[in-house]
Design a protein around this ligand. Structure first.
Ligand SMILES: Cc1cc2nc3c(=O)[nH]c(=O)nc-3n(C[C@H](O)[C@H](O)[C@H](O)COP(=O)(O)OP(=O)(O)OC[C@H]3O[C@@H](n4cnc5c(N)ncnc54)[C@H](O)[C@@H]3O)c2cc1C
Length: 336
């Protein structure tokens, strides 16, 4: 029940940067976690919970304790004619959970197929794609508080979900470990295929069902996004920025193709990838780091390099976008 010292994190993040953790605890169950956290010798001033590392960039060795949930069971805990309640452990690979649901004709997560990472991160990140967010299907979140080693259940409402956001990234940042998540999925046929190219991709299939929607999403993502094993990356590096309507209208004169999504009367959300593209930075490569040639929002590592070099490159992109549009891009990736 002890942590391992000086543990390599290279294979624990999709950027695969070569750093280590001072201490690393591979946790097999909620009880294992509680017993570990109860011990005085396991109190650390700096603790970080690492899932699949698909939204993380380490830029130096981590001088603290990393907790990595490795519990992997999935269980249907209740069901009625309309809904199934499924409890998935934090360490379950997210896409394995999606597959589990789709194979049983449970509806609600098929649009989130192939998003990298683990179940434990989904309530933290409120992952989303193709018009669906994790918050639409999360029923409750089972956690253990790091300081007290006590369990606490968060309802969907308690999680304060927002766009790629939750209470676990704000008031309770690094305070709770998610041990498992209970999802509520529909057993009644319910599709959401209005977003992106899903409809167009489904034309290649004989009929529309949950399995084919999953496959359509997988096909689109495989075409669109670089494989992290071939070109290490962490998906979208920046968040889509929210800007004032007046700035948007000003920019529209010079850039008539600029897209936006309404947020409020005075604010719109711009597309970070398009801004990088319009700034002439799509496909830009500096040494071993660059923006992907098809997806400007994805920063990729072309060959072995330091996390700090990836970080500098991301800052360069931020500066260029700011000087061109007056818009400050904020990193979505967590930089440690
Ligand atoms: C190619 C690619 C495509 C992507 N596409 C999408 C997409 O379409 N939509 C989307 O939303 N995201 C996308 N992402 C981002 C990423 O997949 C998600 O953010 C995912 O939820 C991260 O999961 P993870 O297990 O890797 O978490 P990590 O990256 O390890 O951690 C992310 C955060 O969650 C916290 N965390 C992880 N596990 C736990 C736990 N058990 N308890 C408490 N906190 C925890 C961490 O402390 C950290 O704050 C993509 C990433 C890549 C590489």
């Amino acid at each position: 029940m002890t942590a391992i010292s000086n543990y390599s994190l290279k294979s624990y993040t999709t950027f695969q940067t070569d750093y280590s953790a001072k201490s690393f605890f591979a946790c097999k169950s909620e009880n294992h976690l509680i017993s570990f956290l109860e011990k005085k010798e396991n109190k650390h001033t700096r603790i970080f919970v690492l899932g699949g590392g698909s939204n993380i960039l380490f830029t130096q060795n981590f001088e603290g304790l990393i907790i990595n949930m490795q519990n992997t069971s999935i269980e249907i805990i209740d069901e009625n004619d309309d809904f199934a309640y499924i409890k998935a452990d934090a360490g379950v690979v997210w896409d394995n959970f999606v597959e589990f649901c789709v194979n049983r004709n449970f509806y609600g997560v098929e649009n989130l197929s192939l998003i990298p990472g683990t179940v434990g991160a989904t309530p933290v990140q409120n992952i989303g794609a193709y018009g669906v967010e994790a918050k639409d299907v999360i029923y409750e979140v089972n956690t253990v508080e790091i300081d007290s080693a006590k369990t606490k259940i968060f309802s969907n409402y308690d999680c304060k979900f927002g766009y790629r956001d939750s209470i676990f990234k704000n008031e309770y940042k690094n305070k709770y470990v998610v041990s498992s998540v209970v999802f509520k999925l529909s057993k009644l046929e319910k599709f959401n295929i209005a977003y992106g190219n899903i409809k167009a991709e489904l034309e290649n299939f004989e009929n529309i069902n949950v399995q084919n929607i999953r496959q359509a999403v997988v096909n689109i993502r495989e075409k669109k996004l670089p494989n992290t094993d071939e070109l290490p990356n962490a998906g979208s590096f920046f968040k889509n920025p929210i800007i004032s309507k007046s700035l948007y209208e000003e920019l529209l004169i010079k850039y008539p193709t600029l897209v936006s999504y309404p947020i409020s009367e005075n604010a719109v959300k711009a597309a970070a990838g398009q801004l990088i593209d319009l700034a002439g930075l799509k496909g830009l490569r500096k040494n071993n780091v660059g923006t992907h040639e098809n997806q400007a929002l994805v920063i990729v590592k072309y060959a072995e390099t330091k996390g700090s070099e990836i970080h500098y490159f991301s800052k360069f992109i931020q500066q260029e976008v700011y000087s061109k549009f007056g818009i400050q891009l904020e990193a979505e990736v967590i930089i440690l």
